[in-house]
Design a protein around this ligand. Structure first.
Ligand code: 5Z5
Length: 277
């Protein structure tokens, strides 16, 4: 029996994310707390709508402990809104942790940084593992799209929708914000691939520790120049050389960053103290 809007009670608006509004909801029949992301599709072309539908169906196949679980979707054709029903992540997103640390002048611990690195890489490895020939690329890895459950375990969210809404003809969503995590292939107008996700993950982990992105600029031209050069400061000295080095491996211009699997092998030999599962 497909879900309807009446099956749920809206508890609160918890975020206006990159692609719509996130609301905390409670399922009436059993009280289970979930979220739905409301996305207006009225201004999308037919092909974008088809891409969105096939994208959501693909994402519903993703089952992994470090990827936000997609449960269902409701399409309200009268309002041209799709409601994507997903797992509730009580710990919120990494963007909130970074801004709080910036305000308080504090930093996440080394253990926490390794935990996020390993669990987010495990999630990417699952997505990049090709299923019937289709890898799911995130395309918009950033602190606002990485969530934490009640035990501060990673839950990667907003998978793949970026492709639909960043589609060059898309009117559904104008891209907002400076693309600090833009990978070298995007700077050079080449196609996005798995290693672009790894590059963005490296930038995100760098910002989690350093409280600023590796590459900053006042305009996109300057940002692209800095990314091409690929030089950025070492992590704050409270973080180990090993952590700095593995993040540096992910943000490499001269030779392509490693794939998720290679990263995990490197982590396991350098950090037996961080449990990965
Ligand atoms: C202030 N907001 C929060 O603390 C917060 C909390 C407790 N949860 C969230 C967001 C999500 C959440 O809890 N589950 C999600 C699944 C997919 C997406 Cl795109 C977002 C979420 C947020 C933004």
């Amino acid at each position: 029996m497909p879900s309807t809007l009446d099956d749920f009670e809206v508890m609160a608006t918890i975020g206006t994310g990159s692609y719509g509004t996130c609301k905390k909801i409670r399922r009436k029949k059993d009280g289970k707390v979930m979220v739905w992301k409301e996305m207006e599709y009225g201004s999308m072309t037919e092909s974008e709508k088809q891409m969105l539908v096939s994208e959501v169906n693909l994402l519903r196949e993703l089952r992994h402990q470090h990827i936000v679980r997609y449960y269902d979707r409701i399409i309200d054709r009268t309002q041209a809104i799709i409601y994507i029903i997903m797992e509730y992540c009580q710990g919120g997103d990494l963007a909130s942790i970074i801004s709080r640390n910036r305000k308080e002048g504090t930093h996440v611990s080394e253990d926490f940084a390794w935990k996020i690195l390993i669990q987010a890489t495990l999630a990417l490895k699952e997505c990049h593992r090709r299923k019937n020939g289709k890898a799911v690329l995130h395309r918009d890895l950033k602190p606002a799209n990485v969530f934490l459950d009640a035990e501060a375990n990673v839950k990667l969210g907003d998978f793949g929708l970026a492709r639909v809404l960043h589609h060059e003809h898309s009117l559904a969503q104008t891209y907002v914000g400076t693309p600090y995590y833009m990978s070298p292939e995007l700077v050079n107008n080449q196609s996005y691939n798995e290693k672009s996700d790894i590059w963005s993950l490296g930038c995100m982990l760098y910002e989690l520790c350093a409280l600023a992105p590796p590459f900053t600029a006042t305009n996109e031209g300057e940002l692209k120049r800095k990314i091409r050069i690929g030089q950025f400061p070492r992590l704050p000295t409270q973080y180990s050389l090993e952590l700095d080095m593995i993040i540096r491996r992910m943000i490499q211009v001269e030779c392509l960053p490693p794939r998720a699997l290679e990263l995990l092998e490197k982590c396991s030999c350098e950090n037996s103290y961080v449990t990965t599962e």
